[in-house]
Write a protein that binds this ligand. Structure first.
Ligand code: HEC
Length: 145
């Protein structure tokens, strides 16, 4: 690839973008882990200030995962229905997390019968993509570490 001839245009383009105030700071430069620590746990925030029960995570994949979770997984998992582990319940997740995210994700896509109960494939919502299930699992695990 010969990118060199385009560099002047790119530079001008970037300059114009920033001049118009359209340029956003690149998301990749943020450190999601640090942000998570900074975003205090809900318990610390006064309930009156928090608009929603749980804030959307800063990481885009986790935020997408929360949306999927709220719509398709919370029904069982938030209530701990039939032994479904609740995100944030560290005790319930401590034995699961060591399997590794990949294994946990695959089991959630395929469904499985565990000791506590039956986790249906994709939580019973076949219209979800593997990607959506994967981000929901990432959200749940991230909240439970
Ligand atoms: C019909 C109820 C139900 C729904 C809906 C549901 N789950 Fe589950 N899920 C369970 C149960 C029950 C378990 C515990 C199974 C066991 O370990 O005995 C479980 C376990 C899990 C686990 C732990 C896996 C492991 O390896 O320990 C993950 C992750 C998970 N579910 C993800 C999801 C996701 C993502 C969704 C939404 C797309 C979802 N679940 C929707 C019932 C449900």
């Amino acid at each position: 690839m010969t990118m060199k001839p385009f560099l002047p245009f790119l530079t001008v383009g970037l300059f114009l973008l920033s001049a118009c105030g359209l340029e956003k700071p690149p998301a990749s430069l943020k450190f999601p882990d640090d942000k998570k620590e900074a975003a205090a746990p809900e318990a610390a925030a006064p309930a009156a200030v928090a608009p929603a029960a749980t804030e959307a995570p800063a990481d885009p994949k986790l935020a997408a995962g929360k949306t999927v979770y709220d719509a398709s997984c919370a029904g069982c998992h938030e209530a701990g229905m039939m032994g479904a582990p609740k995100p944030g319940d560290k005790a319930a997740w401590s034995a699961r997390i060591p399997q590794g995210l990949e294994v946990i994700t695959k089991k959630s896509i395929d469904g499985f019968q565990g000791k506590a109960g039956m986790m249906p494939a994709k939580g019973g919502n076949a219209s979800l993509t593997n990607e959506q299930v994967s981000s929901a699992v990432a959200f749940m695990v991230d909240k439970s570490k």
